[in-house]
Design a protein around this ligand. Structure first.
Ligand SMILES: Cc1cc2nc3c(=O)[nH]c(=O)nc-3n(C[C@H](O)[C@H](O)[C@H](O)COP(=O)(O)O)c2cc1C
Length: 146
């Protein structure tokens, strides 16, 4: 069974709920999960999958709760060659910076050597007002690869 670290970036709580639902689905399959609302490098296993559930705020910005993690990555430039990640982005296409917040984070992870585990999903709350539904369907499409 796999270990999955869920990294949450949220302002209003939607991405946290999505992360909790994905965590529950993975637990039902026997995988170990930890949900991080204030992620930091010391608490994350670099050999596990990092599943990022993150909205966008401001004008294409990361939610405040995950900005310190982004800053830590940029400052420490950790070796993440053993790390794989997957991105579940949540945004609103009425903004021209649709889902851009977490792009900054995954770019920083990739610069540290982390690999994309599976193609990201970008959930548009204009069309999917219940974002956990497409998120769980996306997870179902690749959870067998864990
Ligand atoms: C002030 C504000 C700014 C936002 N800016 C963006 C944006 O730049 N790009 C985007 O895709 N969504 C943007 N959104 C939409 C949120 O990402 C969306 O409502 C999301 O579901 C919020 O998730 P959360 O509850 O996890 O924070 C913005 C929402 C608010 C309230």
């Amino acid at each position: 069974m796999a270990k999955v670290e869920l990294l949450v970036g949220t302002t209003l709580g939607s991405a946290e709920y999505v992360a909790d639902e994905m965590s529950a689905q993975l637990n039902d399959l026997g995988h170990e999960t930890i949900v991080h609302l204030a992620p930091n490098l010391d608490d994350l296993d670099p050999k596990s999958l990092w599943l990022i559930a993150c909205s966008t705020h401001g004008a294409g910005d990361l939610p405040d709760n995950i900005v310190p993690f982004m800053d830590e990555i940029l400052a420490k430039k950790p070796d993440l060659l053993t790390t794989q990640f997957a991105l579940c982005a949540i945004g609103d296409s009425s903004y021209d910076t649709f889902c851009q917040g977490p792009e900054k984070l995954v770019e920083a992870l990739a610069l540290c050597g982390a690999q994309v585990f599976v193609d990201k999903i970008q959930i548009d709350v204009q069309y999917d007002p219940i974002p956990e539904e497409p998120a769980l369907a996306w997870l179902s499409g690749w959870q067998d690869q864990l």
